[in-house]
Write a protein that binds this ligand. Sequence first.
Ligand SMILES: [Zn+2]
Ligand SMILES: [Zn+2]
Length: 281
Amino acid sequence: MKIRFWGTRGSIAVPGKDTTGFGGNTTCVELLLESGRRVIIDAGTGIRALGEELSQRDRDLEIHILITHIHWDHVLGFPFFEPIYWKGCRILIDGAPTCMKGLRYPFDNMMGDGFFPVKFHELSARITYLDRLRHGPLVLDDTVIEKVELHHPQGGYGFKFSWGKKSMVFITDNELRHDGWKGRKIKDYVRFFEGADLLIHDSQYLPEEMETKKGWGHSDCLTVVDAALSAGVRHLILFHHDPSRKDHQVEEMVALARAMVSDKGAFLAVDAAREGDVIQL
Ligand SMILES: [Zn+2]
Ligand SMILES: [Zn+2]
């Protein structure tokens, strides 16, 4: 699987000199499965540049888009994703049960108020809601995709991709909490990403910031490291950077996380998601 980060930021896009390193666009991750099938996770502002790159290729495309949840930072780029205006493009949507509502809203509900000049039914691409993940795993060629419910206001889904002997887990906008939330505890997530080759997980905050951010639906980096170690994950990528976190502060967060790993004498590679980075798994 090839993974490319098009948007790594949480909450709101933050272009500018302080974010050129890790990127200012909101959540969008492109996956190329072993079969060559393209799956996109979330339609944050990062999806615009991805659409632009796809426009250099054959426009007769089939793309799967999985939506974690419909908070603005995860759907805002969709109206600017060029392939939705191509006749030969087929887009298959799945993910959180509200995903279609979130993708339609900028076109239909706001149109009358002048927020966007196009209606959803005017889009040229064939857009279909698969509605598979709500009921069980989604199988795409040789890859099985499973979901886990997020600890996040209004909920959402995290995803696990398994193929052959490998697995990759993507969980953003999730608050790992020792006191649990709605009956689900950290150990339940640990079970979900047990043995993953790669875990990409929300770590918007530092431990000392959690006192004022409890219940906001995001994790602190050290709780994420601890859970990844418990699950025997090989590589952890910190994701959904706080909009006010400058590049050097993200580097400091990575250093803090790596120090925790070495203090425990454990082995876990830790990095922060960086816009434009490509990972081959
Ligand atoms: Zn978010
Ligand atoms: Zn959210």
